[in-house]
Every structure is written in structure tokens, then in C-alpha cells.
Design a protein around this ligand. Sequence first.
Ligand code: PLP
Length: 451
Amino acid sequence: MTKMPSTDEILTKDAHLIQSFANLDALKQADARTAIVGADGVHVIDSEGNRLLDGIGGLWCVNVGHKRREIIDAITEQLETLDYYSTFYNFTHPKAAALAAKVASLAPGNLNRVHFGNSGSVANDSAVRMLHHYFNRLGKPKKKKVLSRHGAYHGSTHLAMAMTTPAYSDGWDTAADGLVHHLMEPCHYHRTDPEMTEAEFLDVLIEDARKAIHDIGPENIACFIAEPIQGAGGVLVAPDGYNKAMRELTAENEIKYIADEVVTAFGRLGAMFASQDVFGMTPDIITTAKGLTSGYQPLSATIIDDEIYEVISEPGAMFLHGMTYSGHPAAAAAALANIEIMEREDIPGRVKTTGKQFETGLKGLIDLDIVGDVRGSHFMIGLEFVRDKATRTPFEADANVGMAVAQHCQKRGLVARALGNSLILSPTLVMTPEQIDVVVGTVGESIRATM
Ligand code: PLP
């Protein structure tokens, strides 16, 4: 076994690494960075030897827990059999084929055709590219615009970032400007009228979408992209019935619905896919990544329905799209082993109980002074901190209360994610009830220590 480098050695070399979504200037201070050197089950280990509960599952992704032997063996065995081949042209290989069939069997409705990529961003770009091509083939080349929403996160390639909430590209350009229209953020807590009920807010949201469709013209709109629950925007939950109502509205206008299940699929909300099982609707396309391999290998999937596939595979229709690593054998092997664990251990079923305990425990922290809202479901929870609860007056944007709470959590042995004045928790899905109690207790203590 290779010797683990010291914290100093790691951080000296790390000066060459550009961290993602980070204040690079602040990170020039070496002690602002944390090196994670190992992981095991529901824990990660930092370079100082601290064993920390992984409250964010890597990055909403290590669903079955760290270092599962079955997945490591499946990857190793695959590399020893076929290290790499592409799925370009007429080539395929057994693991990509088996995984496509498996994913199709789990996906709802007629979502039976799967294209692989290597990130959630790419899965979303792929979905839009395919739909543009689909409408070209139908003789509707004007149907190009994308409806997205404020509060959304769809990735950071140029197109995925253009579909993401504009707040995320502050000071950066978006190449696809003009292509994307952002509808209202759907989170009831952020409504402007304090008196407005959730049902009334739902009407406002649907009316906003209806008006946008009318103004832009349905003949110019290709698709609507939406996370079932917005994650990186701050765990923003739409009112009951929203996803279904948007499904109906978009279908009436021949606008394809892309459900971005990069976070919500593979157990996080207690189902393999949340669209149908949790929100009662079947989209035209589902994109997913993260929990597909539990993060053991980079892999994403764009799952399209048979009707779209029929059009883009007609005689004369070349599919001019794909990535070198689409369906990489080792990534496909990891995904198959990961799904096998999920099915054998009925992880989505367990999450219905343990995830509810997690949700209920964290929602119990609403009585603390600075906790304005606790949102989300099962193992996808966000806590928003506010200056004044009664008036929902936020902290200043640069108050970074989330970071202060996250630092207190880390000192107490829990990794949590700061997002401005919010704290996000999205742990592995295999914590015991006792470990869940520890997480809830630690978050509570850390908020009290911050107040
Ligand atoms: N979509 C959602 C809902 C996400 O949360 C993310 C990443 O967090 C992405 C897309 C982008 O995925 P990736 O970072 O793998 O490109």
C-alpha cells in the first residue's frame, strides 16, 4: 500500500488544482482547504486522520455508501476483461448493453432508450441536442427554446449553465443566452406575498408558465427542464401538484418535458426514479447521473421515450452525438453492481423509513431562532437561515451563515454543505437510525453554536 502523503504535501501540490465552485482567492490560504484521503461506509477520513460522517454523500451521490466491495470488484474485473472500448459507430460491449436494458427496465413509461455520458451536465446537454434534432426531423425547426426556472441547477457546461438559474453565472457569460427562458422559482417560502397559500402560489406558478408559453409561442419552444426538487438552488420544493400540472401544460403545447433526476433518482427520495413514483408523472426524457454509480465512476444517462427514439432513428437520420467515454465499460460495470446492491438491500424501500426519520429530525430544528425554513424530503434536505423569522428577512448575501454552521458541524465530526445562508444535507442512504440521530443532533448543536 502506498504511503499517504502528509497534509502539507497534499496542500502544497493542491496549489495547482483549480477547485470547482470555490472562492479561489480564499483557497490560496492552505488551511481553508480540507483534504479527504479515505472513506468507509458512511464516513470519510481527512488528512489529519479525523473520521467524519459524510453528510453530503460526496456530492449527493454516494448512495450505497463508500468502499462497497462488490462495486470495486466489478470495476476491477471489468478492467481486466475489457479496459476500454467506445460505443461509437457500430460498436457496443456487454456492460453498456446490459446497463441500458437495466435502466430502461427501471425507468417509468416508455422511457426505453438510453444514451450514456459522463456527467449530469452532459446528460442535460444531450437531452436538449436530441430534442432540437427531433423537432428538425419533424419539420419544426423553429421549436428550439428551452423553459427552465430560477433556482434550477442543471450543470456547468455552457448550455447546462444557461439552463441553470442566472444567479449561478454571476459575472460569467452564458453562450446560450436568448435560448433559455427562466420561469419563476417554485419555492413557496420565497413568495413575495406572505398571505399567499401554497395552493394560490401553485396557480401563480402555472399562470407564469402559461403566459411565457403564450408570449414565446409554443411553436418556438422545444422543452421544459426541471428537477423534481431543485437541489443546488437550496433544496427548493414546489407546491404539491406542480410537477404534474407542468407536465399537463407542456404536453398540451407539444413541449417535451425533461426531468433532471441527476440527484433524485436511485433512492434519494425512496424510489429508483422520483418522477412517477413520488410525483405521479412520466416525463418524455429523464436525465440522471450521481446515484447511477453511487459516484464510484463518472457516468450519466439520458433516457428518452420510444416516440422520440423512433423519430431520431428514422432512415436517413444520423445520430451525430456522443462522447469518447459514453458507456465506458468500467463505469457501466460499476453502475450494474451499484443497482444490484440497491435492489438486493432494497435501499429505496429502506429510505422510505430512514429517510423519513432524517427528514422529521431535521424539520424538528425549525424552532431554533435563525432557522427560517427546513425543506426537502427523505435524504435531500436544506435548512435556510434568516435574520428575522417572523418577517422572513434574510441574512445579507455575504453573511455566509451556512459556512459558519458547516464549520461547526465539521469540528463536531460531520461534513455538511454550505450554500450561502443555507445548509444542505444529502448523505449516503445507508445510515443507521442511530447515525441519523447523531447527524440531527450535530446540526442542531452547530446552529446553536453559530447563533
Ligand atoms: N443536474 C442536477 C440536478 C445537479 O444537481 C447536478 C450537479 O450537482 C447536475 C445536473 C450536473 O451534474 P454534473 O456535476 O455531474 O455535471
